[in-house]
Design a protein around this ligand. Structure first.
Ligand SMILES: *[C@@H]1O[C@H](CO)[C@@H](O)[C@H](O)[C@H]1NC(C)=O
Ligand SMILES: *[C@@H]1O[C@H](CO)[C@@H](O)[C@H](O)[C@H]1NC(C)=O
Ligand SMILES: *[C@@H]1O[C@H](CO)[C@@H](O)[C@H](O)[C@H]1NC(C)=O
Ligand SMILES: *[C@@H]1O[C@H](CO)[C@@H](O)[C@H](O)[C@H]1NC(C)=O
Ligand SMILES: *[C@@H]1O[C@H](CO)[C@@H](O)[C@H](O)[C@H]1NC(C)=O
Ligand SMILES: *[C@@H]1O[C@H](CO)[C@@H](O)[C@H](O)[C@H]1NC(C)=O
Ligand SMILES: *[C@@H]1O[C@H](CO)[C@@H](O)[C@H](O)[C@H]1NC(C)=O
Ligand SMILES: *[C@@H]1O[C@H](CO)[C@@H](O)[C@H](O)[C@H]1NC(C)=O
Length: 474
């Protein structure tokens, strides 16, 4: 209590023009209610598309020692963020120049009815290797997403620059309807991975279909996606991949994905989707999408700022605390079951990745990685979100019944003072025990603090530090 009052006084003297939001004599409360259950969590992850897997493996000069370090930071549950989802890119390019992802059928077979001319290099721009690294660290969810169909299947005969898949509503290609051929192509990609001992769990056939860009891209409306979804679903089922879920449609933002979803629902194709997938760029996840399907935030990053390892210094878009709140909001407000950052690690001077290895043979870890880790280390796939009622809105909170048993509470104190807080669990078996707080802030990276005693009734009292993220694990 003494230290709390000191903190409050210091903060008040230094900056705060208004009094603290709460009297220090009245602790805030967080009540976890195990009986009020929300979405199941599938996990937290990153992508390594566009040859970043090759870069992690040392293509541009990263040493083997630092390749290992990067892998551990991403996947290790003790030395890293313990990430549990990998998002690969299914290639559409004719070659691997620049950062292109090569296609498994780069040349046209002449017509949509002819069998595709497959070629498999066992590398897939090192995504096979990265998938194996992920598997060996316990990752079980590997999602492969195509940015585009190969050029010869599209209206613009180019895998870049937008264009549509021949055969969907509004297209009339001289070569015919390539929808079934594209579905066969995606299934063959799953087979190649299976041959490498890698079972992909999710597949997607679009990426940012509301955006035309100079790299691999393919335009689609929701209606057009609905023209493909049932074909892909039945092709997967017929090929023995009925357990593989389709994720769709990776629109640039929540609003855009919401519009696509409405069109898919109107076309009666929603049930073919396993996951409604959206990015966070053009509009952020702050509302639930109207669906009973699982919802994933599958790609987002700060693409504008210069590289930062700050947690909370200038309040810039790449800082860790900002991302802690993005993840918490996606889960709490948008019912997300997964949160996937853009790149895991790359040679960059921006914030597009969680880890940077520019310049030279160096590894820099952002606080964004530890914000992900505050969830991912504890909230493993299969965990279920439960109610966390908070008396003080500054303490953004979510709670989980962990898949291996026990409860995890993730709290972000967005306030500028420490708050004494009484935390209790309702609906549990009860019983005293120890609870460990893990903290990320300007001083710590998902670091365990001294254990706290939980009372017989299942409650404990803590001081939640200002501008910090704490995961309480019981
Ligand atoms: C990062 O990129 C720069 C510039 O292309 C290059 O000089 C450097 O060797 C690269 N470092 C790594 C580790 O890839
Ligand atoms: C590589 O593939 C792209 C299209 O995927 C093509 O535009 C380019 O000409 C190819 N480059 C080489 C060197 O083959
Ligand atoms: C099949 O692809 C290979 C290269 O991947 C090429 O050499 C061959 O000519 C192609 N066959 C047909 C029938 O297009
Ligand atoms: C992949 O799936 C197949 C078929 O369901 C199964 O037999 C195999 O054991 C799985 N392999 C791995 C590495 O999980
Ligand atoms: C495909 O689009 C890319 C990117 O705009 C362009 O550089 C390339 O020349 C195009 N290829 C063809 C065959 O039109
Ligand atoms: C949240 O998502 C789950 C599926 O993960 C679904 O059953 C539930 O209806 C969704 N709730 C809301 C409010 O959207
Ligand atoms: C690896 O990265 C670290 C941290 O940036 C750096 O100090 C070291 O020189 C790099 N190379 C090796 C071989 O450890
Ligand atoms: C952990 O956090 C401290 C303080 O913020 C920082 O100096 C250190 O480099 C971080 N370590 C890693 C591996 O990110």
């Amino acid at each position: 209590m003494k230290s709390l009052i000191l903190t409050l006084l210091t903060a008040t003297c230094l900056a705060a023009p208004s009094p603290p939001a709460q009297s220090p004599l009245q602790p805030a409360t967080i009540t976890i209610d195990l009986a009020t259950r929300y979405q199941e969590i599938d996990g937290f992850g990153f992508s390594s598309a566009f040859q970043r897997s090759a870069d992690i493996r040392g293509k541009k000069g990263l040493s083997p020692e630092n390749t290992t370090r990067v892998i551990e930071y991403l996947f290790s549950n003790t030395d890293g963020a313990g990430l549990s989802i990998l998002r690969n890119g299914i290639g559409s390019s004719q070659n691997t120049t620049k950062d292109f992802m090569n296609s498994i059928a780069p040349t046209s077979p002449g017509s949509p009815d002819a069998p595709l001319n497959y070629t498999w290099d066992h590398i897939d721009t090192e995504q096979v290797w990265l998938s194996q690294q992920a598997l060996s660290h316990g990752v079980r969810t590997i999602y492969a997403d195509a940015w585009s169909a190969p050029a010869y299947m599209k209206t613009n005969n180019n895998d870049s620059n937008g264009g549509m898949l021949c055969g969907v509503t509004g297209t009339d290609c001289p070569t015919g309807d390539w929808r079934q051929s594209y579905a066969n192509y995606l299934v063959q990609y799953l087979r190649f991975y299976q041959q490498e001992g890698i079972n992909l769990t999710h597949v997607g056939f679009l990426n940012e279909p509301d955006l035309i860009v100079y790299y691999a891209s393919m335009v689609s409306s929701g209606t057009q996606a609905a023209d493909v979804l049932p074909i892909l679903r039945s092709t997967l089922d017929a090929a023995g991949f009925s357990h593989v879920e389709i994720a769709c449609c990776e629109a640039t933002g929540w609003q855009e994905q919401g519009d696509m979803l409405t069109e898919i629902q109107l076309a009666g194709a929603e049930d073919t989707m396993g996951v409604v997938a959206s990015h966070g760029y053009s509009s952020q996840p702050k509302l639930p999408l109207p669906t009973t399907k699982k919802v994933w935030q599958t790609e987002w990053a700060d693409l504008d700022g210069t590289w930062t390892t700050h947690w909370d210094v200038l309040g810039k878009a790449g800082e860790g605390l900002v991302w802690a709140n993005h993840i918490q909001n996606a889960i709490r407000l948008s019912n997300c079951s997964a949160f996937i950052y853009w790149q895991g690690a790359e040679n960059t001077t921006g914030n597009s990745a969680l880890i940077s290895f520019a310049p030279g043979d160096e590894v820099h870890v952002s606080k964004r990685l530890w914000a992900m880790g505050q969830f991912s280390r504890f909230v493993k796939p299969g965990s279920v979100r439960v109610e966390a009622e908070v008396s003080l809105p500054l303490l953004h909170s979510t709670a989980y019944e962990m898949v291996e048993g026990g409860v995890a509470l993730v709290v972000i104190n967005n306030g500028h003072v420490d708050y004494e807080t009484e935390i209790s669990v309702r609906g549990g078996k009860g019983g005293a025990g120890m609870m460990t707080p893990w903290v990320t802030n300007n001083d710590f990276n998902a670091t365990a603090q001294e254990g706290v005693q939980v009372s017989e009734g299942g409650s404990w009292r803590v001081t939640i530090p200002a501008r910090s993220m704490v995961t309480y694990v019981m």
